[in-house]
Design a protein around this ligand. Structure first.
Ligand code: ASP
Length: 330
């Protein structure tokens, strides 16, 4: 029996329209509707019983917490309804890893949720969107993909939401998982997994998901990007503006210049959690300096700064204890 796969369209380059088919930049993201995206790939009908729904039509650089939570809510409703076997989300690539990670933290079902997008607009020569959409639907319809959390499928590769990141500004192979590699591939329609992703679902994911979507917004958690001569001037200002957590994208192993470190330590003393992440792409952020431990900073592990930010936002809203949210920094 064909699997029922529902496509939730958010916009992005996969739905982009350009005046010139040779143009891969300067297009309007989110201009092509979900029905048109589905109609462009007749092979979808062989892969699954596909339906579509337009949830947003945005360039994902502009996504807000309200739209991310709308996506969370709709995915939850569909999974709870039992009406679908899997979900595909078409999404802009700029923030795909963030929406994927948020959905993964809040995932509570064994059914697959797969995000996909494109680097070239739908109207481009050699557009990558149609095959990415087909591969995403094939993955969502695959028995193999069950119980593997939220996945990102582009360029024939399957990545976990936890480790995937966009590494290239324009290349079609932009999604990579530098600290573990892809978890699988779609080879001419065959969905193959090489390894099981580490599952990053909150133990009480369903109730936290409900609480977040009722609230409809996420708390202010800024990211500060470490650099030479950083004195952390903006850190106290963020606290005055009501920051509920801070992520410091440090250098190398989450290194923080001493003057910024003092201000972050003051934030922790005031009850604001701080995660040390890294602007480097490879490697874990480990405990490193004793002073970081004394100050009470959490070492970001394999989470990149943008995902660490989402973890803190969810932790604060969901009322998670430090021990509960720090488990996700492995
Ligand atoms: N700016 C676009 C977006 O994130 C880029 C893309 O989809 O590739 O929506």
């Amino acid at each position: 029996m064909r699997k029922k796969i529902h496509i939730l369209a958010m916009g992005g380059t996969i739905a982009g329209r350009a005046g010139d088919s040779a143009a891969t930049t300067g297009y309007q993201a989110g201009a092509v509707g979900v029905e048109e995206l589905i109609a462009a790939v007749p092979q979808l009908a062989e892969a699954a019983e596909v339906s579509g729904e337009q949830l947003a039509a945005i360039d994902s650089k502009d996504i807000t917490a309200a739209e991310q939570l709308l996506l969370v809510k709709r995915v939850r409703e569909l999974l709870l309804s039992g009406a679908v076997d899997g979900i595909v989300v078409t999404h802009g690539t700029d923030t795909m890893e963030e929406s994927a990670y948020l959905l993964d933290l809040l995932h509570f079902a064994d059914k697959p949720v797969v995000l996909t997008g494109a680097m070239r607009p739908a109207t481009a020569l050699s557009a990558d969107g149609p095959l990415n959409l087909l591969d995403a639907v094939r993955t969502a319809a695959s028995e193999e993909a069950r119980d593997r959390g939220v996945l990102v499928v582009l360029n024939n590769a399957i990545h976990s939401a936890h480790l995937v990141t966009k590494v290239s500004t324009t290349a079609v192979e932009t999604f990579q998982s530098p600290n573990g590699g892809a978890v699988g591939a779609v080879n001419d329609g065959e969905v193959v997994f090489f390894q099981s992703p580490q599952l990053h679902h909150l133990p009480n994911a369903l109730s936290v998901s409900e609480a977040l979507t009722v609230r409809g917004k996420l708390p202010y958690v800024p990211i500060f990007y470490g650099h030479s001569d950083d004195d952390g001037t903006l850190i106290p200002m963020a606290l005055e503006k009501g920051a509920k957590g801070i992520v410091y994208a440090g250098m190398g192993n989450g290194s923080i210049p001493a003057r910024a470190e003092e201000k972050l330590a003051a934030a922790v003393r005031a009850g604001i959690p701080v995660i040390r992440a890294s602007s480097s792409v490879y490697g874990m952020v480990t405990k490193a300096e004793a002073s970081y431990e004394q100050a009470g900073f959490a070492a970001g592990g394999l989470l990149n700064p943008r995902k660490a930010r989402l973890l803190l936002q969810v932790a604060v809203c969901g009322g998670l204890s430090p021990a509960e949210w720090q488990k996700f920094l492995a």
